[in-house]
Write a protein that binds this ligand. Sequence first.
Ligand code: GLN
Length: 491
Amino acid sequence: MIAHTLTQLSRALASREISSVELTRFYLERIERHNPKLNAFITVDPEKSIAQAKAADERLATGRAGPLTGVPIAQKDIFCAMGWLTSCGSKMLANFISPYDSRVIECFNAEGAVLLGKTNMDEFAMGSSNETSHFGSARNPWDTERIPGGSSGGSAAAVAASLAPAATATDTGGSIRQPSAMCGLTGIKPTYGIVSRYGMIAYASSLDQGGPIARTAEDCALLLNVMAGFDERDSTSLDHPKEDYMRALSSTFDDKPLAGLKIGIPKEFFGEGCAANVMHCVMEAIAVYRRLGAEALEISLPNMHLSVPAYYVIASAEASSNLSRFDGVRYGYRAPEYGDINDMYVKTRAQGFGAEAKRRILIGTYVLSHGYYDAYYLQAQRIRRLIANDFSGAFGQCDIIMGPTSPTTAFRIGEKIADPVQMYLSDIYTIAVNLAGLPALSHPCGFSESLPIGIQLIGNYFSETRLLNTARCFQQITDWHLRRPAPFDDA
Ligand code: GLN
């Protein structure tokens, strides 16, 4: 069962070869056995999941099922799910049972998918390693002494260890792509505005975007079909005609399926800072793409080096505003003892937020304050425009930009946590994409010392189908995406 893709699971359910209840029990049992080693899930609630699976089985029996009806899906703990603890990896929300569903959860419920559990993540999605989680770091199934990436580390660890066939995630600066790369999975961050942010706990609203993590590009297309769509409750949701992301995937496969595709290789991605083993695998993958008919040319994204500083100004500014709602009054944590109301705010926020969230609130408040706004915040917004312009220039020359997803393979737990700047640099290749609002995908392209390496494919706005189709062509002639970490390969 753990070798099945979503498409195969969907077929097995439709033909009644297996029931949703059996499938859900299968994964719940795996979670029970393996989660203590991985800490990938914050919450599992077998009773609730089985009830959903029973309903799915009834629906499957009537023939009114969709492709993901009855399929168990792990949900990042950033998505509000009615009746479920929705902690966002924070002590601040460690007692918050959501009274409503986010749009993404609504979409999966409407499809009849089963909510298998809520996955671990960096606190409020701030981090690149899952180590800022109030619940402790999730671990990488390829080496449990290492981080699974972040912030969607729990989702990636769960899928990599086959504790779930697929998971949702969110990406503000790389949190879908970087954990996918570090755990040997495929993940796509859609164009900003494609997946509704309603009920997705806000970190940096102009950058946050939900998306899937799965084994294959085809699985990601199936998931995106469920997740995407206009939602009037999110003011930045795009009223874009609904697409079938599986559409281009069904085309027949010939020798040179990517003939005519122009791949741009940004020279800025291959300089200092990228580990030799990562560079090697990415170059090999580009050679595979050329064998598939694509043509590669060098391009330049001259303002790339400004993306990390600009991001940390903008993301922190937005975070400082978004996190102001956690004040101990309406919901979530409240300090058990306090004097007057000001003291209550101070103690609640001092006790409820972890160090990284506090650091960002301080930076964000500072860059938005009178006298510094022009020097930092406005300047960062200008850089954001320059970066978006770099990309639009590049897409005049090529169709897809390729490079590494992460500069290194998964690092050891504890290795970078004391040095925030080193940690921030683990997103040097992913962050510019969020600043520009573009879609990008990461898929596995090799291993080094038994640790997975990912390649990033960046496309122009609304090019999700093309990205997925391109990755799928690669996955038809390679098998990196099918490898599973041995200790968890025990169906
Ligand atoms: N690592 C980046 C940060 O800490 C990105 C996180 C994300 O995409 N949610 O902000």
